[in-house]
Write a protein that binds this ligand. Structure first.
Ligand SMILES: Nc1ncnc2c1ncn2[C@@H]1O[C@H](COP(=O)(O)OP(=O)(O)OP(=O)(O)O)[C@@H](O)[C@H]1O
Length: 590
């Protein structure tokens, strides 16, 4: 090859790029060299032989009993950046080898200026290759009896901490925790023990719990196996014992062919926020840095399959009440929050998540078995006002006023239009409460007119109905648009005269073209106090009484009374108090 036709690579600049852009830290050199050693031993059929690391902080060595390299091979592979014996031109992933790019050895230069490789292939002489970060490469004959390779790195003064025995032990243990090949650091084995994927009788479950505690930081609420054969993937799903983060994407611990890749996001669909996985796969492809996974079609298929398996686990909780209870104690709000947009969760939420209803707490599926229409109140205040009254009339009502209930109900209907639902507002209640007889209406006619006048400062309609319980004098029915309109009027009236720009803009919007529905004060004609209204014979007293009834209805609806209205109510109460004390004073005089 003509010299002019090849790139002239500045090695130290390339190493700089690797260190700053490819790898997240210099510690990856331990994994890259272990990976080469594991690959070489697998190729030699000696996967069980120990790989020995020795280090004292100044010189690091890793020795394997793999296939080794001849002088020619070493010159070709290690002398050429990007050369690899492991590339797979047909795309069929080798199941034994982990590497495939041909830059791994260069990671040694992240911690040392000089790398020495002593190697011996079967039936060949031992050779020593040495490379320095300046780009100089030397090859000479070596002195080694056994087949295999030893890579030695001499630390730079500023990187010695990366070669410190404790550091190397931690890194080697982390990277090879799932790998069957014994790895020794300064004579001590750092991996092995009961694996996560072994026989259940061999301490596997205890190992899983310990792993979850040490690595994921929690004792799992439950653990279950997952597998995706087309990706050669097996794994364990750990269910979180406390609420997860619905927004931040959880990561999952991924190993490829037994070596740690790292914590990878998006391995399962985001609705499965309540599990964290540990998986080992022969088919998923690591990125060039081997610290993440390539998001290819196989990755997507794995994510879909894992989602299905988690969904099946959820469905299985249907017949496991104890675990289901424990799961719901922690994750009920979380799954409700996501169910509206995740069909995988919707069925589970429908069957098992409890909703507050006026016939007791129960799942929506149970509620539907009793009432063919899901009637729901979209605000907790409405629910409180309506629940007992509708229950008394045999009408079921769901409290959908908390954060996610309405969205879940709507999603259920969208998923199956045969289902029926009805948001309950004041119109429904007005029609559900009995209209009094014509006779009673006539009797109350003047009182209702008076009531309209009395509550006119509160921007409110008046209606007469008969309903149980008769201890309730009146209900204040307010639908959302009426409530918003009232709040806005209140703000404007309280801020009147203040030169506030945004309030002025708000006032400008309030063009009054489409008057919103006004709140309705529903007087209960069966209530003893209300019954007295037509017979009082004193409009001033009746007006004061109506305002007191209005304030009680406000309290029942948990609505606050605005400042202007509060003073109207105060004067009504004062008037009644004056009357009561005048009566008693007059009585005393008599
Ligand atoms: N310990 C070893 N024993 C035998 N051969 C080795 C060893 N280390 C490296 N090699 C050979 O050198 C080649 C280049 O190694 P290098 O680590 O640079 O890249 P790689 O392992 O092929 O790919 P990766 O970039 O993924 O690490 C390897 O393909 C392998 O053939």
């Amino acid at each position: 090859m003509d010299d002019a036709s090849v790139f002239d690579v500045e090695l130290s600049a390339l190493i700089d790029v690797l260190g700053t852009n490819l790898y997240t830290g210099p510690g990856v050199y331990v994994r890259e060299l272990l990976q080469n050693a594991i690959d070489a031993q697998a190729e030699a059929g000696r996967a069980d032989a120990p790989i020995e690391i020795t280090t004292d902080g100044a010189v690091f060595e890793v020795a394997d009993q793999g296939v080794g390299m001849t002088g020619d091979t070493i010159a070709r592979l290690l002398g050429t950046i990007g050369a690899s014996s492991k590339r797979d031109p047909f795309g069929f992933g080798s199941t034994s080898q982990i590497g495939q790019f041909g830059v791994g050895l260069l990671s040694g230069f992240l911690v040392g200026d000089r790398i020495e490789v002593t190697s011996r292939a079967d039936d060949a002489d031992a050779v020593v290759w040495s490379g320095s970060s300046s780009g100089a490469v030397e090859l000479s004959s070596g002195d080694r009896e056994a087949t295999g390779t030893t890579v030695r790195i001499i630390a730079r003064p500023d990187t010695r901490s990366w070669l410190a025995p404790e550091k190397v032990r931690t890194l080697a243990a982390e990277y090879t925790a799932m790998h069957p090949t014994p790895v020794l650091v300064n004579g001590e084995r750092v991996n092995g023990g009961a694996g996560l994927f072994g026989d259940p009788s061999g301490g596997r479950d205890a190992a899983r719990v310990a792993f979850s505690q040490d690595e994921l930081g929690f004792t799992p609420l439950e653990m279950f196996d997952v597998d995706v054969p087309e990706a050669g993937l097996r794994g364990v799903a750990f269910v979180r014992p406390s609420g997860g983060d619905l927004v931040a994407r959880a990561t999952h611990r991924v190993y490829v062919k037994g070596l740690l890749v790292g914590d990878v996001p998006a391995l399962v669909p985001e609705w499965a926020y309540f599990v964290r996985l540990v998986v080992d796969s022969t088919g998923l492809k690591p990125t060039a840095s081997r610290e993440g996974l390539v998001r290819d079609d196989l990755f997507d298929a794995v994510s879909v399959s894992l989602g299905e398996q988690i969904s099946a686990w959820l469905t299985g909780l249907g017949s496991r009440p104890v675990v289901r209870e424990r799961f719901l104690n922690v994750h009920e709000q979380g799954v409700k929050a996501l169910a509206a947009h995740r069909p995988e969760l919707l069925g589970f939420v429908d069957k098992h998540c409890v909703f507050d209803t006026n016939v007791g707490p129960m799942p929506l599926a149970t509620f539907r078995a009793r009432f063919d229409t899901i009637r729901y109140a979209g605000s907790v205040d409405d629910y409180r006002v309506l629940a007992d009254i509708l229950a008394g009339r045999g009408i079921g009502l769901v409290n959908a006023g908390h954060a996610f209930e309405t969205a879940v109900i709507r999603a259920l209907i969208a998923a199956d239009p045969q289902r029926r639902c009805e948001p309950i507002g004041q119109q429904f209640l007005l029609s559900a409460l009995s209209t009094p007889s014509a006779e009673l209406r006539t009797e109350f006619d003047a009182a209702v007119h008076l009531a309209r006048r009395a509550v006119s400062p509160f921007d409110c309609e008046v209606s007469l109905r008969e309903f149980d319980p008769d201890g309730i004098s009146a209900l204040l029915l307010t639908d959302d648009s009426a409530r918003i309109a009232q709040d806005r009027t209140e703000m404007l009236s309280e801020a009147a005269g203040e030169p506030d720009a945004w309030l002025a803009a708000l006032a400008a919007l309030d063009d009054g073209d489409v008057p919103p529905t006004r709140p309705v004060l529903v007087l209960n004609a069966t209530n003893a106090l209300v019954k007295r209204l037509p017979t009082l014979g004193d409009d001033v007293v009746a007006g004061a009484l109506i305002r007191v009834i209005y304030s009680q209805a406000m309290l029942r609806a948990r609505r606050s009374v605005r400042v202007a209205a509060a003073s109207e109510l105060d004067s009504a109460i004062t008037l009644l108090a004056d009357l009561a004390t005048r009566d008693s004073i007059e009585g005393d005089v008599e």
